[in-house]
Design a protein around this ligand. Sequence first.
Ligand code: HEC
Length: 97
Amino acid sequence: MKEKLLLILILSSALFAVDGAAVYSKCAMCHGVNGKHRAFGKSPRIAGWKIKQTISVLNIFKNMSKYDKFARVMNKQVSKLSNAQIEAVAIYISKLK
Ligand code: HEC
């Protein structure tokens, strides 16, 4: 019983090792602390976006080889993020209201 509890503790701390809020702190200057700002007057308001939607868009920006100047901005933001960081920030954004 004790072993099981310990295992659960270890697993859950691994899951939450990446802090979505910390990742988002770099996004906030353009998207706003609450995700309600339209970055450069161009981006949609991203607060409350579904996790899957954000992950898929961030991966598109990450993997793109051709981009206009706005997409280039986002490509720079996400190109160094790991999958775990992308997931964590997507979860964080989904909770913004
Ligand atoms: C330097 C400013 C800047 C920063 C920092 C920034 N973004 Fe953006 N973001 C933009 C701009 C500009 C667009 C619009 C891009 C376009 O339309 O091609 C955008 C678009 C988006 C979109 C919407 C894409 C769509 O489908 O229209 C999402 C989601 C997003 N950003 C998430 C993030 C996340 C998460 C971070 C932090 C890791 C971040 N951004 C950091 C400027 C920024």
